[in-house]
Design a protein around this ligand. Structure first.
Ligand code: PMP
Length: 357
């Protein structure tokens, strides 16, 4: 603690992101990035922009990008907000919709950035315990005083909550904002975006970091009633008019226009996921039914932390959380078929042969 620090700095307990090791041949399955490059149209659009007007500030409203997103979801531009990664969109949303003194609710096992924002902005929170099988009980989120935030699919469990449950949470929180963080939704079945027209308290947050392979570019977005979007714009324009640079606006817009490439890579990742789940189960892992681009798995006979360390020693990075209830689980991002093949080969060497049933 330093005497010059504000109370806000003193309160802060910063988020620790997954390791980004600078080792060239590492198989990186720890931060749920996409193993495939972005659409070729992204590169073209960025190169074109580079030749153009980089000396000028970008558009503060990023209209072209918002329109491309709006068209993708059958919404209008004034129902879309864009930000520097969905982490920024989430931070702005905490500022825009949650209040000091009114507790918000989120699951006890969830994205670990939520408590970080809550502490920073002085927003109290209640942790809602997940069930034994890590599923969420919609009723536990009814009647919150300050609002609700839930990732769907949840991270790191990979589990998806049906839209009917989300709808019941919206109905039972008429006076507070419910944020559904859909970072992984493109690997699942149905998005809650279709509920936005019916519920003015719903904000759906998504990202280009996972299904559109643009984690390095930092573009996230929110879809909601224009009044919610206006609140986010008011926060953004009180912090930084230009949160997204010209290259990112150009690149992300192109990514939304290449639907074919998006469908192709998402399908490929889902197929690899199925293969990975089956192979892990055959090795004696319990794997949750994933609807994300990662799986959450636990082995009956081997401690997850040991496997994590051994894999790391072999140049394969997965994620282990040293946290009650999930300390015996590994979160493994879906890589290319070759990467998953290498992972499975290593695991086969590390694990005992499963008993015959
Ligand atoms: N929400 C969840 C649930 C996530 O797992 C992540 C990725 N760590 C994010 C939001 C943030 O993604 P980004 O800032 O790259 O858009």
């Amino acid at each position: 603690m330093n005497k010059f620090w504000s109370d806000m700095v003193k309160r802060a307990e910063p988020y620790v992101p997954g390791e980004q090791l600078n080792v060239p041949d590492i198989i990186k399955l720890n931060t749920n990035e996409n193993p495939y490059p972005p659409s070729p149209l992204v590169r073209e659009a960025i190169l074109e922009e580079l030749e153009g007007q980089l000396r000028l500030y970008p558009s503060p409203t990023a209209d072209g990008l918002r329109l491309a997103i709006a068209e993708t979801y059958g919404m209008s531009k004034d129902e879309v907000f864009v930000g520097n990664g969905s982490d920024e969109v989430l931070a702005f949303s905490f500022m825009a919709f949650f209040h000091p003194g009114k507790p918000i609710r989120f699951p006890n096992i969830t994205y670990s950035f939520y408590p970080v924002y809550a502490k920073l902005f002085n927003i109290p929170y209640e942790l809602v315990r997940v069930n034994e099988d890590f599923t969420l009980r919609a009723e536990s989120f009814f009647g919150s005083e300050g609002g609700v935030i839930i990732p769907n699919p949840n991270a790191p469990t990979s589990l998806y909550m049906e839209l009917s449950s989300i709808e019941s949470i919206l109905i039972n929180n008429p006076d507070t904002v419910v944020i559904i963080d859909e970072a992984y939704i493109d690997f699942a079945t149905v998005s809650a975006v279709e509920l936005v027209k019916s519920y003015n308290n719903l904000l759906v947050v998504q990202t280009t970091s996972k299904s559109r392979s643009l984690a390095g570019m930092r573009v996230g977005y929110a879809i909601g009633h224009p009044d919610l979007i206006e609140a986010l714009v008011r926060i953004k324009d009180s912090v930084n008019s230009y949160t997204i640079d010209r290259l990112a606006i150009a690149g992300a817009t192109a990514a939304f226009k290449d639907r074919e490439y998006f469908d192709y890579t998402v399908k490929k990742i889902k197929k690899t996921r199925q293969r990975l789940i089956k192979a892990l189960e055959e090795m004696g892992f319990h794997v949750l039914p994933s609807q994300a681009n990662f799986v959450f798995a636990s082995h009956a006979e081997r401690a997850a932390v040991e496997l994590y360390m051994q894999l790391k020693g072999e140049g394969i990075l997965v994620r282990h959380f040293n946290q009650p209830d999930i300390e015996n689980y590994l979160r493994i991002s879906i890589g290319t078929d070759e990467q998953i093949h290498s992972l499975l080969r290593k695991l086969q060497q590390l694990l005992p042969v499963p008993r015959q049933r």
